[in-house]
Design a protein around this ligand. Structure first.
Ligand code: PLP
Length: 385
């Protein structure tokens, strides 16, 4: 069976975890946490990166940092993971879901602008499949209407927009190192603070609302409870595992990119025949091969294809059910404008296996079975990169 996902292991994970154990300092903010933060900071160009236990936690920190109150509104795509919405619902904000562009499955800036009113506080930009939203337009709107932009770049580590790392363009950016992402610590995340005025408060919120960080720096002589907060630090064991992954990220990235291109070339004739659709990478975006998806005719065809591939030992997966149709989505939010694409496109999107341990021959096998499904012979010759 070819599973849908398998987390990468690059070799030094166990070594670093045992180093952390032997150091007898396994709570948060130890050596490996600082190494990861430094690495992420150098890689992305964001001077202030804080590791968190998950992307969900990083998003929750954003909601606290923005000082959201009951009745404030945030605009987000309906086509996203529950965490994107939850973080803001937890602070009492009203969720305003908008439609997506079908080419990228990212929020449509026109729909965002139409949803802005005097209660709007923030735009939550989700970079689906590690492909950037139209950040020029979203940042333009934020400037004009004085809004925060939070990037949910959970899937976007190593991706760029106009040469800038995803997560570094809005006021705040959030990464995920969950097992399903390109690099992982099982559970893990990071908050990128691009607006330096938010840094001091971010450090307090992350340390249970205390100014412990300033105490450790020596800038206050005792620490106390100064603000609301929570425990937003991962353990050193997770940070040690993550650091090994970050050191191996180039290998992971190259492998995934090659597999992604192999899928794309292998399925191109089906696209050209109008049988299915392939992902679009807009010109200003460099992606990270987080995901390879196809779009088939409709939900019915997707269901048949999932069963067909499963019988042949291939696990393919659909993705988000739109949040505005979910129980909690209806309770905490509303859809603004017309749902032209969200529901229709989400019903026909199918994700194919893509992970570090997958081989070109596996991709070729999957490509051939997709051709089989449509009763079409695949090109015998493949240009493998
Ligand atoms: C994975 C993911 C999250 C949640 O990440 P965790 O680290 O598991 O909390 C949030 N948003 C998006 C878009 C994701 O893909």
């Amino acid at each position: 069976m070819i599973p849908f996902n398998r987390p990468a292991v690059t070799g030094r994970e166990a070594l670093y975890v045992s180093e952390a154990i032997n150091s007898r300092q396994i709570c948060g903010d130890g050596r490996f946490t600082f190494l990861c933060q430094k690495w992420l900071s150098e890689q992305t160009g964001c001077p202030h990166v804080l590791l968190t236990p998950s992307c969900t936690h990083a998003l929750e920190m954003c909601a606290v940092l923005m000082e959201l109150k009951e009745g404030d509104e945030v605009i987000l795509p309906s086509y996203t993971f529950s965490s994107t919405a939850n973080a803001f619902a937890l602070r009492g904000a009203q969720l305003v879901f908008v439609d997506i562009c079908p080419e990228t499955m990212n929020m449509d800036p026109e729909a965002v602008e139409a949803a802005i009113n005097e209660k709007t506080k923030a735009i939550i930009a989700v970079h689906y499949a590690g492909v950037s939203c139209d950040m020029s337009r979203l940042m333009g709107l934020a400037d004009r209407y004085k809004l925060f932009v939070i990037e949910d770049a959970a899937q976007g580590v190593m991706s760029t927009y106009m040469g800038k790392s995803l997560g570094t363009i809005g006021h705040l950016g959030c990464y995920s190192f969950h097992e399903t992402k390109n690099v992982t610590s099982g559970e893990g995340g990071a908050l990128l603070i691009n607006d330096p005025t938010l840094l001091e408060r971010a450090e307090i919120i992350r340390e249970k609302g205390t100014n412990r960080k300033r105490f450790l720096n020596g800038s206050v002589d005792k620490y106390s409870w100064v603000d609301i907060g929570s425990s937003f630090l991962p353990s050193e064991l997770n940070a040690a595992f993550l650091y090994a992954q970050l050191e191996g990220i180039e290998r992971i990235h190259q492998k995934r990119m090659n597999l992604w291109k192999h899928y794309y070339r292998g399925l191109l004739t089906l696209k050209e025949k109008g049988i299915l659709e392939l992902p679009t990478i807009p010109e200003l975006c460099e992606h990270n091969a987080h995901m390879f998806y196809i779009k088939v005719k409709d939900e019915e065809e997707r269901k048949t294809m999932i069963a067909f591939l499963k019988q042949r030992g291939i696990a393919a997966a659909f993705h988000y059910n739109p949040l505005h149709s979910a129980l909690a989505g209806r309770q905490f939010g509303r859809f603004h404008g017309e749902d032209r694409f969200t529901t229709k496109e989400s019903e026909r999107l199918l994700r194919l296996p893509l992970y570090f341990d997958l081989n070109s021959s596996d991709v070729q096998f999957i490509v051939e079975h997709i051709h089989d499904f449509y009763g079409i012979k695949s090109k015998a010759e493949m240009h493998i990169v």
